[in-house]
Design a protein around this ligand. Structure first.
Ligand code: CP
Ligand code: NVA
Length: 318
C-alpha cells in the first residue's frame, strides 16, 4: 500500500496463476493489499462489480467445499457469473483432450479455474487457453490457499517479512506453495516431514533461491520441534491428501510423531498463529486443543479465500 493507504496499482491482466513463483514479491503484495481492500469494501456493504458480464468456468476433478463456494460467491459479488464444471459432467471425463477443451472454453469464458490431480493438466490448460487460468489445487500446488494464508498472517501480525512459518507434516501441495509463497515474502519457512514424505527437491531448491533474494530462509528437517521453535505461524495439513486415501493407514504410522498438539506448540512463540487449510482431521495431524484453541485462526483463514480470490480474479480478468 502507499503511504496514503491506497493500494498501489499494478497490471496483472491476462496472467495465469499456476504457482506463486511466477509472481514477484511486489505483485503478491499487491494481491494481498487488494484482498484486504476488497474485504473492507464488502464488510462496509459497498457494491463493487468490476467483473459485470464476465464468466469464469470452475473445473473440478476433486472434491471441494471452500474453493468452490468462495469462487462462486466471489464471482457473484463482483458482478460476474461462475459455472461449476464437474469433470464427470463435461467431456474431460470421457477423454476430450485438454488442449481442445482449453481452446473451446476460451471462446465462451473470460477465465478458468481448475482443480485437478496432475499439475501438468493446469500447465496444459494454461498453454492452450487464451484466457487466464487459475490453479485451484493440483497435486503440486495450491497457490489460492496460500494467498489467503498470507493475507491472514498479514492481518494478524501486520507484516510477513522476517516471520517464521513452520509447516509440520506431509511435503505436499500445501507445503510446496507455502515454501514458495513464504520465501517470496521474505519469511523464514521451516518444513518438518518424516522420511519418505519430503517436499519435492526441485521446489525446495526453487524456494531456497527465492529466499536468498528476499532475505528469507528455508529449513528442511525431520524434527518437528526444530521446525516449530520460536515460530510465529504453525501450519499443518492432512496426512493423506486427496488421491492418497489408500495410504491412510500406512501414513498414520509414518506421521505419528508429527501431530501438532499442546506439547509441540510449546516450542513456538506464545502468540503464534495456528493455520490449517482445512478440511482437518482432529486427533490426527492436529489435536482438538490446538485447532480449537485461542491461537487458531482457521476460520478467518478460510474466509480469506473469498477475499483473496476476488482480488485475484479482478487483477487477472477485469
Ligand atoms: N482448503 C481448501 O482448498 O478446501 P476445499 O478442498 O474444501 O476447497
Ligand atoms: N493437501 C490437501 C489440501 C486440501 C485443501 C489435499 O490435496 O487434499
Amino acid at each position: 500500500m502507499t503511504a496514503s493507504g491506497q493500494v498501489k496499482e499494478l497490471s496483472l491482466k491476462g496472467r495465469d496463476m499456476i504457482e506463486l513463483d511466477e509472481y514477484s514479491t511486489e505483485e503478491i503484495q499487491f494481491l494481498l493489499d487488494s484482498a484486504i481492500e476488497i474485504k473492507r469494501k464488502q464488510k462496509n456493504g459497498e457494491v463493487y462489480q468490476p467483473l459485470k458480464g464476465k464468466t469464469i468456468g470452475l473445473i473440478f476433478e476433486k472434491s471441494s467445499t471452500r474453493t468452490r463456494i468462495s469462487f462462486e460467491t466471489g464471482m457473484f459479488q463482483l458482478g460476474g457469473h461462475a459455472l461449476f464444471l464437474s469433470k464427470n459432467d463435461i467431456q474431460l471425463g470421457r477423454g476430450e483432450p485438454i488442449s481442445d477443451m482449453a481452446q473451446v472454453m476460451s471462446r465462451y469464458l473470460d477465465g478458468l479455474m481448475i482443480r485437478t490431480f496432475g499439475h501438468d493438466n493446469v500447465v496444459n490448460l494454461a498453454k492452450y487457453a487464451s484466457i487466464p487460468v487459475i490453479n485451484g489445487l493440483s497435486d503440486m500446488a495450491h497457490p489460492c490457499q496460500v494467498l489467503a494464508d498470507l493475507q491472514t498472517v498479514l492481518e494478524y501480525k501486520g507484516k510477513l517479512k522476517g516471520l517464521k512459518m513452520a509447516f509440520i507434516g506431509d511435503g505436499n501441495n500445501m507445503a510446496h506453495s507455502l515454501l514458495i509463497g513464504g520465501a517470496k515474502m521474505g519469511m523464514h519457512v521451516a518444513l518438518a516431514s518424516p522420511k519418505g514424505y519430503e517436499a519435492d527437491a526441485g521446489i525446495v531448491k526453487l524456494s531456497e533461491d527465492i529466499a536468498a533474494q528476499t532475505g528469507g530462509s528455508i529449513t528442511i528437517t525431520q524434527d518437528p520441534i526444530e521446525a516449530a521453535k520460536d515460530a510465529d505461524v504453525i501450519y499443518t495439513d492432512v496426512w493423506a491428501s486427496m488421491g492418497f486415501e489408500e495410504e491412510q493407514a500406512q501414513r498414520e504410522v509414518a506421521f505419528a510423531d508429527y501431530q501438532v498438539n499442546e506439547e509441540l506448540v510449546k516450542a513456538a512463540k506464545p502468540d503464534y498463529l495456528f493455520l490449517h487449510c482445512l478440511p482437518a482431521h482432529r486427533g490426527e495431524e492436529v489435536s482438538e486443543g490446538v485447532i480449537d484453541g485461542v491461537n487458531s485462526v482457521i476460520f478467518d483463514q478460510a474466509e480469506n479465500r473469498l477475499h483473496a480470490q476476488k482480488a485475484l480474479m479482478v487483477a487477472l480478468m477485469a
